[in-house]
Write a new protein. Structure first.
Length: 262
């Protein structure tokens, strides 16, 4: 295992590295070549073709909405839940004869975490996990947090002890597109004062933040996990494009399953 301040690099995901990330002993964990780089290249070519540009997060193109984008739109919300299981099946079909990368991640989490892992459910319905996101030249992700209980009034989410963002990289930009993570959190109390200024916890001005703790330029096949209570961003892509399969992992207790969604 290699450690660089707040970034931990491991050969394989471990229970300890998950605990360290949830406990903020680090802000990011990187697993190089979690998915075979050769498979990653072949799969990225197929995924680029499959992405429907009409389903967009505004800053990237995707094959399905993220939960954040459907909270106030009933029709998009219905499409989101209806697409949960077909999303898993499509990625298995495109990955064959190799394993689906998101199945591999879920199985790894299940094996490493004492309580196992499962898909997140809401209102008795499974939530999607593992959306494809394509970032083109000129796109960037501004400094932000991802905190589920700020996006939903469901009281169950208040009990979440921690939330991770997970990305498996299949294509990386020639220039730009690095993942930037700050050792800095905007608390719920602070966020309540600025929520109207930065709706959806998106887009904190860089000048209000300290120096970032970690800058990661992933390679195809890498798995990177970040604690999403920490402010994080994707630097502007100035050449090439970036493609990931991504989602979130919620910790409710060590003896309970990790819950996965996108």
């Amino acid at each position: 295992m290699l450690s660089n301040s707040k970034l931990i690099t491991v050969d394989s995901l471990t229970e300890q590295s998950l605990h360290d990330l949830f406990a903020l002993r680090c802000v990011a964990v990187r697993v190089p070549e979690f998915y075979d780089p050769t498979y990653s290249k072949a799969l990225s070519d197929l995924l680029y073709q499959e992405i429907d540009a009409s389903v967009s997060g505004g800053i990237y193109e995707s094959d399905i909405d993220s939960f954040w984008n459907v909270t106030s739109d009933p029709s998009r919300r219905e499409r989101y839940f209806g697409g949960a299981l077909p999303l898993q099946q499509r990625l298995r079909r495109l990955s064959a004869p190799h394993p689906s990368p998101i199945d591999l991640l879920r199985a790894t989490l299940d094996e490493r975490w004492p309580g196992g892992s499962t898909l997140m459910s809401m209102e008795g319905r499974k939530m999607p996990f593992g959306i494809t996101r394509a970032w083109r030249t000129g796109s960037e992700g501004l400094p932000h947090q991802d905190v589920l209980h700020r996006e939903s009034s469901d009281p169950e989410f208040k009990a979440m002890a921690g939330q991770l963002g997970v990305n498996i990289y299949f294509d990386t930009a020639d220039e730009g597109g690095e993942l930037e993570v700050w050792d800095h959190r905007v608390t719920d109390e602070q966020y309540a004062d600025i929520a109207e200024q930065y709706p959806g916890s998106y887009g904190y001005p860089r000048e209000t933040l300290p120096e970032s703790a970690v800058l990661i330029k992933p390679e195809p096949g890498d798995l990177v996990l970040v604690n999403t209570s920490c402010v994080h961003a994707i630097r502007k892509i100035t050449k090439g494009r970036r493609l990931t399969v991504s989602g979130f992992v919620g910790n409710f207790r060590t003896d309970l399953p990790l819950r996965c969604w996108s």
